[in-house]
Write a protein that binds this ligand. Structure first.
Ligand code: VGL
Ligand code: ZN
Length: 199
């Protein structure tokens, strides 16, 4: 059992990121049993849930564009995704086998105008989700991260956590990647550059 200062963060293990989902990550469901087992070692388990309104600005359909193309947002470049994780739909629900009896569920991406990959900040890198305060007020300074997708939401969450000063480890065996246009290699570099431990 890890000490109370060390929490597990489970990123976006939702139906739309698993095979058959709207933004399926290859092997996304392979990690569920391993994550459930890992939860038993932590006193604090936090889950995140991608939670978009219909017509979200990160959806290609909103821009009449093709999915997996890029657009420019006021806060910078943004990948346009297939419609996914729409609030209240089965695609936004956690994988049916995932243990969801954690301490906190952080929903993100609900602001129509800003995407939110990171569990800490929206994609403007300024608007906080409140997770930092939750962790600090509970004297948590060490994080292990698992989930989907390695190169987007896990990457952004891990880089932000390490930059905020949390000792951060990503368990790559319990993550799966989208890997478009070299995004996995870029994410690995970004995480290592930020001081994230990748195992
Ligand atoms: C994610 C793309 C869009 C993720 C979420 O969970 O990595 N990726 N929304
Ligand atoms: Zn999303």
């Amino acid at each position: 059992m890890h000490p109370t200062s060390h929490a597990l963060l489970v990123i976006d293990v939702q139906n739309d990121f698993c095979p058959g989902g709207a933004l399926a990550v290859s092997g996304g469901d392979d990690i569920v049993d391993g994550i459930n087992a890992l939860m038993a070692d932590f006193k604090t388990v936090i889950l995140t849930q991608d939670w978009h309104p219909a017509g979200h600005s990160s959806f290609a359909s909103t821009h009449k564009a093709d999915p997996f193309t890029m657009t420019q947002m006021p806060y910078g470049p943004q990948v346009l995704w297939p419609d996914h994780c729409i609030q209240g739909t089965s695609g936004a629900t956690f994988h049916p086998r995932l243990r969801t009896d954690g301490d906190l569920i952080i929903r993100k991406g609900y602001n129509p105008a800003i995407d939110s990959y990171s569990a800490f900040f929206e994609n403007d890198h300024k608007t906080p989700t409140g997770l930092e305060g939750y962790l600090r007020t509970r004297d948590i300074d060490t994080l292990t991260m698992v989930g989907l997708a390695t190169d987007f939401c896990v990457n952004f969450s891990a880089v932000d956590a390490a930059t905020l000063g949390f000792a951060t480890t990503v368990r790559s065996d319990l993550c799966r990647a989208i890997d478009m246009d070299g995004s996995l290699a870029a994410a690995m570099d970004a995480m290592k550059g930020a001081g994230v431990t990748i195992t």
